[in-house]
Design a protein around this ligand. Structure first.
Ligand code: ZN
Length: 141
């Protein structure tokens, strides 16, 4: 099987509600996404998917929704509304804690199927780095 992977980086703030330690505090990361695609066959130019299409579709979604946003648990609306009111920053709510695991799962199972519905390639793996040393991976069966 041949796959191709595009890396997309972004900056965002988050906090993990009820975390036992310092991750419960609002803090930020330089995140990196590695999105891997596979297709039944290569296209007539020899590609799984054009890297530019991944940048255009997934990169744009990330820019609009996560880049320089604060990503919060839906239960954290009081904090989100305080930040948005005070700073005008965009807040992205998830129905779970914004851990690297949940963010990777959300991209793989919710966002990528919608974004790439018209493409022959399918996103089968999202690797989401929260720091250069720590990442979570969502892999489709
Ligand atoms: Zn963190």
């Amino acid at each position: 099987m041949i796959s191709c992977t595009r890396r997309i980086e972004f900056d965002a703030g988050h906090r993990v509600m009820e975390h036992e330690s310092k991750c419960k505090y609002l803090h930020g990361h330089r995140y990196a996404i590695e999105a891997t695609f596979v297709a039944a066959g290569l296209d007539n130019l020899g590609r799984v998917i054009d890297f530019g299409v991944v940048r255009e579709l997934l990169g744009t979604w990330v820019d609009e929704n996560w880049d320089h946003a604060t990503i919060l648990n839906d239960k954290d609306r009081e904090l989100g509304e305080a930040i948005a009111t005070k700073t005008g920053q965009k807040i992205f709510y998830m129905n779970a804690n914004p851990t690297a695991e949940n963010m990777a799962d959300y991209l793989l199972n919710k966002i990528c199927p919608e974004l790439f519905v018209a493409e022959n390639a399918k996103c089968t793996r999202i690797k989401l780095y929260e720091t250069p040393n720590c990442y979570a991976e969502a892999i489709s069966a």
